[in-house]
Every structure is written in structure tokens, then in C-alpha cells.
Design a protein around this ligand. Structure first.
Ligand code: KL2
Length: 694
């Protein structure tokens, strides 16, 4: 009897009430989001800068003050921890709080680690938007101001050495369950799905997502430590001849284009629709950028209209200058590089299109962007005493089957970097290469960048990026020599033919196969004037075999410059790049993750930077590097897959992209180039992880 009553009357009633409450919550939240600072409704062009926005903010701040910073649920909670998590899980999502409670308030900035949160807020605020908030707060009576600061979410938070443990108290899961922005992970398909492109979307994660048995706020689950690496970097003494370091921070971030969410909604089934709205994500992403305050920002998946109408104006307000390159074709997103105008001056900007009409190996609409930046020193030191910095950003093709295309795209980018970064003496200025390479650590593509060479001949195309989980490999496409035709004008040393200086010693290094390509090019078919004419013999042009594709024919540019050094079946480059991340979390004994496609963690985003290879030091074919003029001083730690799982994957209410941002701090020697003899320890770890895993 009681059971029947429970089943048929009480439970449905409770569910109905919950649904009603959630409905009201969502409506209220949406209304607030639409009104919030960075709130823009898709399709509407509302500039972020300018007076109207400030008035809007003023209204919001007023509203926020009237409503009080602590939500209704926080009022009746007893412990401080409960207050924090309730505020984060529920109230944090609400509009006005987006203005005030940013990531900048939840975590500590690299340079201010260990300081009080309120100080962080003050030091990290950079834009007009933040200035406005500060001035408004400053103008308030002291009592009211303190009340705001105490009640704001950031004020309640404490730095925690181990974000997994909240005062050792097991907390209830109530908030998780009640929070409409957090749905349990319940994949719609329980079996693999094969898309039209033949890409497999596996659902390895069987069963339902189980949140941690604790009411832990997102920012604590997703806590990222700042790793200070300055101790292992070779930093010149302040009074040494080398001079001091020019320090700057670089962020690489795939911000997930809104159009891509709409094109592939099945990838985001685990997310509450509210956290996927652009207005919500934009506000959150901007705050995250503002918090970490990079000097150079490399963004991928930047939707053109969002860039023009919202991102660029907002970033300009934050002191950046931005350069954008949209993808070719109908894709609406692209890559952007933004740099702090107070820190760098633009020397040149080169967009790189990977689409080449008529070439199968380059028939996709991906792009890259290469800037040359001059670091701006204080007036006491002349600009000429510091080298320019080359910064490249790219988003390489996703398709796990087409490693051949990814490799060719990378070669195009490396050729552009070679051109931009090469100094008169043939060496390179310091280079930073950021991006989403859609390839995992230790994959052939990764090794190619890091080790400077790759023997690809005969390699199955799906192997190149190492995204093996994502392909059933029905097409046994193999990489064959040459990977791209010579008419592309790029050598297998990833240099533009026109810029390639031939060393005498290299002149005879062409394979027969390579030279055979030139049999049918126009110049080869030209009959020299002085040749004795024998009808049907010396006047006959050789016939191109039917299987010889037209595109492969080298036309009109068979000059000596084409004959740069080639090792058949392999590609190489001379840029000497190593990764700022180690791809492994030693404390957790797990791989680092930068994205969570279909719930599976992977590293596909990187910050590579110039270092000096150590001669003859080569561990299992893996190059060892030591500091050059550019020194890695620190980085923002990444997370492991299980941690991201416990926050319901990506995106989630706290992280608004399906990728995590990468952030590294560098020091560039101000005068002269001096290398240090200490090898970089960090590069070993990925290798260790592989060994560990097998
Ligand atoms: O992996 V990405 O996500 O760097 O986050 O880059 C691409 C993929 C991005 C741009 O093309 O869109 C995603 N299955 C899953 N994800 C896809 C697919 C697909 N078939 N196509 C594109 N993307």
C-alpha cells in the first residue's frame, strides 16, 4: 500500500516539482545570460566595447548587489564548503555572477600563486570591463564593498593543495543531481557509430557516468597547478653578460566553434544545452583568458562572426592586437593569434592555406598563421638586443584516416615558419608553434615535429596521427614517395624550393624515382634547337603514361632550384622544436589530456618551442634538447582523463570548450644567444609513459 502510494503519487509529484523548478531556473538563467556583459545572442551583432555595454554592466551590478551574491541555497548551508559548492554549481551559472565570479577569481594566476584571492582579482583585471567593476566597487561605502568581496564566490575559496579533498568531509551529491547544468553522462548510443566519412565514434565508456561521491565544485575537480620550471631552466645571472630574460606567457586554446557544435550535436549529448550556448561559453572563455592573462594567445576554431563581433573587440579591450585567418571553403571558423600590444610589435603576418586545388594530398580546408613579433623592451634597453620571435598557430585536419594530408599540412606550415624565422646566417630566431594538431604524442606526426624527421614510405595513413581508437581502418591507404608533388614547390626538407640553397655536397643525392618524375614535364619535353632533327625520333614528345596523373606533372618550373636534397620516402625539417608539455602526469601516473572526444581523453594540442638538440643524445630515436635562447619557465598543468570524467567530460559548466587551454611561460634572452649545457628533463616523460604502459 505504502509502496503503491510512493510509486504512483509521491514520486511523480516530486519529479513534477523538480521539473517545474528546473524550468524556472533555466528561464531565469537564460534571461540573465542574455543580459550579462558578454551576453550576445547568436546572430546578433552587439559590440562588446563602448558605453552601452558599461551601462548594461552597471545595471547588472546593481541587480547583483540587490539580489545578494550568495544564492538562496547557500544561505541555509552550514559549512563554508557547502556554501562554495552551492554557489559554484548553481549560482555561478547565473548571469550577473558571470561578470564577477570568473575563473580569475577561482584559481590563482601563475605569478600570484599563493596570494590571497582578492589580490588576484585586483592584479588580474586588465580590461575596461574589469576597470569598470573595480571603480564601481571602489565608489561603494566600505561596508558594502567588503560585503560583496566576502560574498563573492572567489572570496570564499581557498587554495587547496589537493583539490580532490574538501576538508576530508564526504559531501552529498545533492547539488550535482539538482544542478540542471550537470547531466549524468548517458551516451545516446551504446554501440559504435560510423559517420559518413567512415570515422568511428566509439562509446567505450560503458555504463552511466557516476559523479564523484562528493559535492565538489568544478573548479576544485578541475584544479590546475602552475608548474614552476624555472629551476631547471638555464637562467642567466642578473649581472652576467648574457643579460636578463624577457618573460612572456603563451596560451593555445581550441575554443570550439559554435557552428561545429550545431553540425555535430551528437558529440555534445552529455552537456546541458545551456552550457553550450555561445553567450554562456563566450563569457566563460573570455574570463578564462583574462585570468591567465597571456601575452600571446593562439586560438583555434574561432568562428568568423564571433571573432569580428565579439572576440576581437573584447580582446582589443584587454590590450591585444589580433590577426585572424579563416579556413578556406564553407567552414566558418579559423585560427587567430593575438598578442599584447604593450609587449610585442608585429613585424609580419602570414596566413597559410592548406588547400591546393587539384592536389588530393592538400584538398582540405585547414589553415595556419605565422607571425613574426618583435618583443618590446623597456626604454633603457635597445630593441636590437633581443631577437624577434616567430609564432605559428594551426588547426590540422581531424580525419583520423588521413594522416597523409595532416603530414602535408604540417609541411606547408613548417615551410612558412622556415621562411619567416630564418635569419641571414641561416639559423632561426626563436619559434613557438601552437595548435591543435589532431595527432597524439609519440605518433609519427608528433615525432616528425619533435625529432625533425620521419620515414613515411609505406606507412598506413591512419597511423600518422595515432588516433587509432577513432578508426576502423577499412581503407588501407599508404603513404608513398613522394608524399607531395614537386610542383607544390616545397622540398622534403619542408622548405620553399625558391628559398632552398643547394649545398654542393647535396647535388647528387637524388634517387632515380625522384628524378623520374621530371620525364614528362614541359621543359624536359622541349627539343633543344641544336639537336639534329630526325623525323619521328628527336621531334617526338614522350608520351605520358595513362596512370601518370596530370597533377603530378611538373610544369615550367623544372629549373635547378627544384633539385634540393631529398631522401626518398622521408621528410625532415631543421627547426629544432620540443614540447612545452611532457604529456604525462608523473604524480598521477597517467597521460595528460587536452581534449575529450566522445569521452575519451587525448592530447592533441601543443605548444612547441625552439631548443637546442644535444648532439649524439638520442633516446630510442627521441631527440634530447637543452635550453637555447628561449627558456621554458613554467606551465599550467593539464588534467587526466579520469578527472575530466568526474566533471562530466568537456565542455562542462566550468570549462566552456571541448579542449583545455595550454599555457606556458617563457623567457627570451635579452642580449646574445647562449645555450646552456643542462638537458631538459621534461621531454622524457612521454617516453616513460609509453614504456610504463607497455
Ligand atoms: O578534434 V577537433 O574536433 O580538434 O576538437 O577538430 C575537428 C573535430 C573539428 C574541426 O573540423 O571538428 C571536429 N567526428 C568528430 N569530430 C569531428 C568530426 C567527426 N567526424 N569532424 C570534425 N570534427
Amino acid at each position: 500500500m505504502i509502496a503503491t502510494l510512493l510509486c504512483y503519487v509521491l514520486l511523480p509529484a516530486v519529479r513534477l516539482l523538480r521539473a517545474l523548478r528546473d524550468g524556472i531556473f533555466t528561464c531565469r538563467k537564460n534571461a540573465l545570460l542574455v543580459k550579462s556583459t558578454a551576453a550576445h545572442i547568436d546572430g546578433l551583432s552587439v559590440p562588446v566595447c563602448g558605453k552601452p555595454v558599461l551601462e548594461e554592466q552597471q545595471a547588472l551590478l546593481q541587480q547583483w548587489l540587490e539580489e545578494g551574491a550568495v544564492g538562496p541555497q547557500a544561505n541555509d548551508s552550514t559549512s563554508e564548503t557547502q556554501e562554495v559548492s552551492t554557489a559554484l554549481a548553481v549560482e555561478w551559472l547565473e548571469g550577473p555572477q558571470l561578470l564577477m565570479t570568473s575563473l580569475s577569481d577561482l584559481n590563482v594566476a601563475p605569478q600570484s600563486a599563493g596570494q590571497e584571492q582578492q589580490h588576484v582579482v585586483q592584479t588580474e583585471m586588465t580590461s575596461g570591463l574589469q576597470e569598470f567593476v573595480e571603480t564601481t566597487l571602489a565608489n561603494l561605502p566600505l561596508e558594502e564593498r567588503e560585503a560583496i568581496e566576502d560574498n563573492a564566490v572567489w572570496a570564499a575559496l581557498r587554495t587547496q593543495a589537493n583539490p580532490q579533498i574538501v576538508d576530508g568531509v564526504p559531501l552529498s551529491t545533492e547539488v550535482w543531481i539538482e544542478d540542471p547544468a550537470v547531466l549524468a553522462w548517458s551516451p545516446a548510443q551504446e554501440t559504435d557509430v560510423v559517420t559518413t566519412e567512415g570515422i568511428v565514434l566509439p562509446f567505450q565508456n560503458t555504463g552511466q557516468f557516476q559523479p564523484l561521491p562528493a559535492e565538489i565544485p568544478y573548479h576544485e575537480i578541475l584544479w590546475r597547478d602552475w608548474e614552476d620550471l624555472s629551476a631547471q631552466a638555464c637562467i642567466p645571472e642578473p649581472d652576467s653578460e648574457v643579460g636578463s630574460l624577457f618573460e612572456f606567457r603563451v596560451m593555445s586554446y581550441n575554443i570550439l566553434a559554435q557552428d561545429l557544435i550545431e553540425q555535430s550535436p551528437h558529440l555534445y549529448m552529455h552537456c546541458h544545452p545551456d552550457i553550450l550556448s555561445w553567450s554562456y561559453r563566450f563569457a566563460n572563455l573570455l574570463q578564462e583568458i583574462q585570468h591567465w592573462d597571456p601575452d600571446i594567445l593562439c586560438l583555434q576554431e574561432v568562428q568568423e562572426n564571433h571573432y569580428q563581433e565579439q572576440l576581437e573587440p573584447s580582446l582589443v579591450m584587454m590590450g591585444f592586437a589580433c590577426i585572424y585567418k579563416r579556413r578556406t571553403g564553407r567552414k566558418t571558423d579559423g585560427c587567430a593569434i593575438c598578442y599584447k600590444q604593450s609587449t610585442f610589435q608585429l613585424i609580419s603576418a602570414s596566413p597559410v592555406e592548406y588547400f591546393w586545388p587539384g592536389l588530393d594530398i592538400l584538398n582540405r580546408d585547414n589553415v595556419g598563421l605565422v607571425l613574426l613579433l618583435q618583443p618590446l623592451l623597456s626604454e633603457s634597453v635597445g630593441d636590437e638586443s633581443i631577437s624577434p620571435l616567430c609564432v605559428a598557430n594551426t588547426h590540422v585536419l581531424y580525419n583520423p584516416h588521413r594522416g597523409d594530408i595532416k603530414l602535408a599540412q604540417m609541411a606547408l606550415l613548417l615551410a612558412e615558419i622556415d621562411k619567416i624565422a630564418k635569419l641571414v646566417d641561416g639559423s632561426y630566431c626563436p619559434i613557438i608553434l601552437c595548435g591543435d594538431l589532431n595527432s597524439v604524442p609519440d605518433s609519427p606526426l608528433y615525432k616528425f615535429i619533435r625529432n625533425g624527421q620521419l620515414y613515411y614510405h609505406g606507412m598506413p595513413a591512419w597511423k600518422v596521427s595515432g588516433q587509432e581508437e577513432f578508426c576502423h581502418h577499412p581503407h588501407q591507404r599508404k603513404l608513398l614517395t613522394p608524399l607531395w608533388p614537386s610542383c607544390l614547390g616545397i622540398t622534403d626538407g619542408c622548405q620553399y624550393v625558391t628559398l632552398c640553397k643547394i649545398k654542393k655536397s647535396d647535388r647528387r643525392k637524388y634517387s632515380r624515382d625522384f628524378l623520374l618524375q621530371f620525364r614528362y614535364c614541359d621543359v624536359a619535353c622541349e627539343r633543344p634547337a641544336e639537336l639534329t632533327l630526325l623525323e619521328g625520333v628527336t621531334d617526338a614528345k614522350p608520351e605520358r603514361p595513362a596512370h601518370w596523373s596530370k597533377e603530378l606533372t611538373v610544369e615550367n618550373n623544372c629549373d635547378a632550384e627544384l633539385f634540393c636534397s631529398r631522401n626518398p620516402g622521408s621528410v625532415h625539417h631543421g627547426l629544432n622544436l620540443t614540447s612545452a608539455y611532457s604529456h604525462f602526469l608523473p604524480e598521477k601516473g597517467r597521460p595528460e589530456v587536452t581534449t575529450m572526444p566522445m569521452g575519451m581523453g587525448a592530447t592533441v594540442d601543443y605548444i612547441f618551442y625552439s631548443a637546442n638538440p644535444i648532439r649524439n643524445e638520442n633516446v630510442g630515436g627521441r631527440r634530447m634538447y637543452q635550453d637555447g635562447a628561449l627558456k621554458l619557465l613554467g606551465r599550467l598543468s593539464l588534467l587526466s582523463e579520469d578527472i575530466l570524467w568526474s566533471a562530466n567530460g568537456l565542455p562542462n559548466p566550468f570549462c566552456s570548450s571541448d579542449h583545455l587551454c595550454l599555457l606556458a611561460s617563457f623567457g627570451l634572452e635579452i642580449s646574445g644567444f647562449q645555450s646552456c649545457a643542462r638537458p631538459l628533463e621534461l621531454s622524457k616523460s612521454c617516453f616513460e609513459w609509453k614504456n610504463h604502459a607497455t
